[in-house]
Design a protein around this ligand. Structure first.
Ligand code: NAD
Length: 260
């Protein structure tokens, strides 16, 4: 059902975005891959998808902190692929520090990449989705879009904002065949959380695996991390016809983190 459609996944050079790209490519979905790789690394990545799945794939390394670069990226992708059918705003960054010591530059970067970039990509993708009367906008938020943790002021602000933005898009597009949802994962096994694990290991003089277990169980009832692929499979479900009534939702997959 999805074969021949095009998905643009920001931050698909790593972690959740890369796993989602594989899940969608398995269904014959063409891809706009993206992330902070060099041109040659990106081309290699796109080529590997073309060869493995016999789909069309292109790559761009626009820095999402820069609105002009996002605009160029989106114009290029829409022109090359004749519109975007599935938009996955996934790229994200993290920095942990108390509010009193939180650096301005980190605040600005987190808000730009985790929130403002999604505003720009949605605005650019919508006209062709509306024209085709079909579209899926899936924003990867976090449990931190629903609840807070200490030392994550910018991240929580951005993720709460992303959920609000998504609800408005869902309302405005409900009659246009376009759904908009956020997925709110708990801990997912990707490079994004390695700094937090390393910090615990250093502070408590314990090894990386022990620190990882401690991080997981400090928040989740389920004592294991999600795999990036589990998030990708959830994205795929939201693209199906079965899920066309799900819009404006913030959907946790969080090992009962937010059940407490
Ligand atoms: P990751 O670090 O593996 O991947 C991040 C991606 O974003 C990479 O492709 C990177 O190149 C890209 N990126 C970072 N800064 C960028 C910039 N300035 N411009 C363009 N691209 C940039 O991280 P991940 O864990 O796969 O995270 C993906 C999303 O999932 C993020 O939005 C994150 O907040 C969210 N999330 C992650 C977890 C987790 O536990 N890993 C939990 C909940 C939500």
């Amino acid at each position: 059902m999805l074969a021949g459609k095009t998905a643009l996944i920001t931050g698909s050079s790593s972690g959740i975005g890369l796993a989602t790209a594989h899940v969608l490519a398995e269904q014959g979905v063409n891809l706009v891959l993206h992330g902070l790789l060099s041109e040659s690394e990106g081309e290699k990545l796109a080529q590997s998808f073309i060869e493995k799945y016999a789909i069309k794939a292109i790559f761009d390394n626009a820095d999402l902190r820069d609105a002009n670069k996002i605009n160029c990226f989106m114009n290029y992708a829409i022109e090359q692929m004749n519109g975007i059918d599935i938009l996955v705003n996934n790229a994200g960054i993290q920095y942990t520090e108390s509010i009193e010591r939180f650096p301005d530059s980190k605040w600005d970067a987190i808000i730009a990449v985790n929130l403002t970039a999604a505003f720009h990509t949605i605005q650019k993708s919508l006209p062709t989705m509306i024209k085709k009367h079909w579209g899926r906008i899936i924003n990867i938020a976090s449990v931190h879009g629903l609840v807070a943790s200490k030392q994550k002021s910018a991240y929580c602000a951005a993720k709460h904002g992303l959920i609000g933005l998504t609800k408005v898009v869902a309302l405005e597009c409900a009659e246009e065949g376009v759904t908009a949802n956020t997925i709110c994962p708990g801990w997912v096994d990707t490079p994004l959380i390695n700094d937090q694990i390393a910090q615990i290991a250093q502070q408590q003089h314990i090894d990386f695996e022990r620190a990882k277990y401690q991080l997981i169980t400090s928040k989740q009832a389920l004592p294991e991390m999600l795999s990036p692929r589990q998030v990708g499979e959830f994205v795929l479900f939201l693209c199906t016809d079965t899920a066309k009534g799900i819009t404006g939702s913030a959907l946790p997959i969080d090992g009962a983190w937010t059940a407490q």
